[in-house]
Design a protein around this ligand. Structure first.
Ligand code: HEC
Ligand code: HEC
Ligand code: HEC
Ligand code: HEC
Ligand code: HEC
Ligand code: HEC
Ligand code: HEC
Ligand code: HEC
Length: 330
């Protein structure tokens, strides 16, 4: 585990008025004994005005003491601290020490669980999901952030006016951002009236079809649908917000395909070539898309969603030779 480097830790914060809360430090996100699938923020509030600096220790690795007592800092953030940690996979023991000058005057500890895959099934039962948008927490944020946006504000593609942008701008900070996320149209999918707040009324194909009706119509006409597409599991391959890969895929194409089709990676695929290996599956330019800069991959030959012939060949023709000719024998 490491901190992004202290210089880049966005250590903000802010305080509260003198209404003294019970504990010296209140953790908002992640909450104690909760699990997260993102390594994005650590947010807490200091309830002792004498604290001038904090030291964060995660799984035994300690940061320096970060000063929070400058007038500028206090003015902007008061007693709140927002940091950008990098969690270890699995359990993370977090200790926050509050210092007054060189002297440690407060300490608080929680443990949370970080599951990269975001799969609730693999998280130990003692950890519960997080929820930041609860009335109690939002009340504290609302002093500085707009927590009760109007529909017009929600529709705003002007960053400064959009009520989700201030805290979620990192979501659009990815190589491949999904259309509505790039415009901060979060409310197109997340329901303002939802319980809990911003709950998704629909998932997977039911959600995607709202805007990708053309795809739904195309899939309906196919004679053969790829297993997970037939099951409507769009999110298993696509991230609804964005990712480092084209089409917001969760992993590079071949890694994604091989995560379910392990045997293809292990065996000899398509042909036994002169050197006894299988057909190349990556690492060469794709001759069927000259000039595109695209690399050979599983989807050079297979449509990832389905087709009218078995194996969903990109040619959409039964004849295997036609597939070969797409790239060879020209
Ligand atoms: C005293 C004012 C104040 C309060 C109260 C406050 N914040 Fe902030 N917060 C700020 C300021 C100022 C910024 C930075 C300016 C900006 O980007 O809008 C900020 C930015 C953030 C960011 C973005 C960090 C980044 O740049 O990536 C997050 C996340 C955040 N706050 C969460 C919260 C949460 C959650 C609460 C309530 C528990 C809260 N804040 C309460 C003042 C406050
Ligand atoms: C005060 C800062 C702040 C604002 C404003 C804000 N969020 Fe959040 N929200 C957070 C933080 C922090 C988290 C937890 C960290 C994360 O998942 O990025 C979160 C989590 C969420 C979650 C996951 C469920 C939950 O309750 O934890 C959803 C969904 C969400 N936000 C949607 C929205 C939408 C939509 C908007 C705009 C209408 C919005 N948020 C505005 C800070 C904010
Ligand atoms: C195309 C639909 C869609 C749009 C648009 C969208 N979301 Fe989501 N969001 C989802 C889905 C689906 C999930 C559940 C993903 C999961 O749990 O794997 C989710 C989950 C989340 C979560 C919690 C879990 C996580 O992935 O961290 C947060 C936070 C969140 N969305 C915030 C936002 C914000 C902020 C915006 C606007 C910038 C936004 N979403 C726009 C569909 C969408
Ligand atoms: C609120 C409308 C909306 C919803 C809901 C929605 N999308 Fe999109 N999607 C868009 C827009 C807008 C674009 C960008 C324009 C385009 O390329 O079609 C886009 C683009 C995409 C792309 C990239 C297209 C390309 O050519 O690179 C993929 C992949 C995608 N969406 C998948 C999904 C999946 C999977 C879901 C369901 C989890 C989903 N979308 C739900 C509106 C939506
Ligand atoms: C097995 C993984 C997988 C599943 C499941 C999946 N997709 Fe895709 N999808 C892909 C891949 C891979 C691409 C990129 C194809 C390329 O780059 O040529 C893609 C591309 C797309 C595109 C961009 C336009 C296009 O066709 O190239 C859209 C839109 C899209 N998918 C929507 C969906 C929807 C909606 C679902 C659910 C019904 C879904 N996908 C399910 C793997 C998948
Ligand atoms: C989430 C798991 C999953 C992922 C990811 C996945 N597949 Fe599949 N695939 C299946 C299932 C389930 C079937 C249907 C059962 C079967 O025939 O093996 C299937 C069937 C196929 C078939 C037809 C097999 C036959 O005998 O008719 C091909 C070809 C295929 N997948 C290619 C791909 C490609 C290419 C990718 C990556 C874009 C991919 N798969 C990603 C689960 C997956
Ligand atoms: C050069 C074209 C080509 C590439 C690249 C390719 N395939 Fe295939 N694939 C085929 C052909 C042709 C078949 C039909 C069966 C056969 O002739 O071996 C097939 C069959 C399959 C099948 C069903 C039969 C079986 O062996 O289980 C799956 C699943 C599959 N491919 C997955 C993949 C995956 C995953 C990748 C990427 C790692 C991939 N393919 C890359 C051409 C290709
Ligand atoms: C999407 C494009 C594409 C398709 C379709 C395709 N190939 Fe290839 N094939 C390649 C590329 C690229 C290479 C590597 C060529 C190189 O490195 O010079 C290759 C290499 C080969 C080789 C190895 C040649 C050698 O000397 O090692 C054989 C054999 C081969 N392909 C047979 C086939 C057959 C049979 C089919 C149809 C079932 C087919 N290919 C379909 C792109 C394709």
């Amino acid at each position: 585990m490491f901190w992004k480097s202290l210089a880049t830790i966005a250590a903000f914060s802010l305080l509260l008025t003198a209404s003294v809360a019970d504990a010296a430090i209140t953790f908002f996100y992640p909450a104690a004994k909760s699990w997260v699938k993102r390594s994005d923020y650590l947010i807490f509030k200091l309830n002792n005005p004498e604290i001038t600096g904090v030291r964060i220790t995660v799984n035994g690795v300690a940061s320096e003491i970060m000063l929070i007592d400058s007038p500028e800092y206090r003015k902007a953030f008061q007693d709140f601290v927002v940091m950008q940690p990098v969690w270890d996979p699995g359990r993370n023991d977090i200790v926050v020490d509050g210092y007054s000058g060189e002297k440690k005057i407060e300490t608080a500890a929680i443990d949370i669980y970080y599951d990269l895959k975001g799969d609730p099934a693999t998280v130990p039962a003692e950890y519960h999901p997080n929820s930041v948008h609860t009335p109690e927490t939002e009340k504290l944020c609302s002093a500085c952030h707009n927590m009760t946006p109007t529909p017009a504000q929600l529709d705003s593609s002007d960053d400064r006016k959009n009520p989700c942008y201030a805290c979620h701008k990192k979501m659009a900070n990815q190589n491949y951002v999904h259309g509505p996320v790039g415009t901060f149209s979060c409310a197109d999918c997340h329901n303002l009236q939802g319980k809990p707040k911003y709950a998704l009324p629909k998932r997977d194909a039911a959600l995607c079809d709202d805007c990708h009706a053309d795809k739904a119509a195309e899939f309906k006409k196919r004679k053969y649908l790829h297993g997970p597409v037939e099951a409507g599991m769009c999110e298993i391959c696509h991230d609804a917000h964005g990712s480092s890969y084209p089409a917001q895929l969760r992993q590079p194409i071949n890694t994604l395909c091989l995560s379910c089709h392990e045997s293809i990676g292990a065996g000899i695929h398509v042909v036994r070539t002169s050197d006894g290996t299988g057909h190349p599956l990556k690492g060469r330019p794709d001759p069927s898309k000259p000039g595109s800069g695209r690399e050979l991959s599983c989807v050079s030959c297979h449509n990832p969603h389905g087709g009218d012939v078995r194996y969903f060949f990109q040619t959409n023709q039964e004849d295997r030779m036609q597939l070969c000719q797409m790239c060879h024998n020209k």
